[in-house]
Design a protein. Structure first.
Length: 133
């Protein structure tokens, strides 16, 4: 997504998903990766309206290969983290907490991770910072 060409990147990810379909048997995580990348570009194109990105990243999580539970969770972890970011962008902290709970069962650790994620999100996309009136 050079120079903010998120629309082009979103389309490219959609095309990649189509191309990856026949390769899924040999490379089962490709659809998950393409969906996750597409979700990120959709989010960056419209961070104040993250619902489409939320839907795509949930699809990415579901698309994770059906393998041993711990290995599957390890593959899903970055997507659960992105789901939490997108939920924070929509100001739904309980949903963000639930997303992090998928791989951080300890509540105090999760609270710390949520705070760190919120700070990083605001640094990354300053437009999401609350405005003073």
């Amino acid at each position: 997504a050079g120079a903010g060409d998120f629309k082009g990147a979103i389309e490219d990810c959609g095309r990649a998903r189509e191309l990856y379909a026949p390769m899924q048997i040999r490379f089962p995580n490709l659809p998950m990766v393409a969906l996750g990348e597409q979700a990120e570009y959709v989010f960056r194109a419209g961070p104040r309206a993250p619902q489409p990105a939320i839907e795509l990243v949930r699809q990415a999580i579901e698309a994770a290969p059906k393998i041993q539970v711990q290995k599957r969770l390890a593959l899903q972890q970055p997507y659960w983290t992105n789901l939490a970011r997108y939920e924070l962008a929509r100001m739904d902290e309980p949903a963000a907490d639930r997303a992090l709970a998928a791989f951080i069962p300890n509540e105090p650790e999760r609270a710390k991770a949520l705070l760190t994620l919120r700070r990083r999100l605001l640094e990354e996309i300053p437009a999401l910072a609350p405005t003073e009136r």
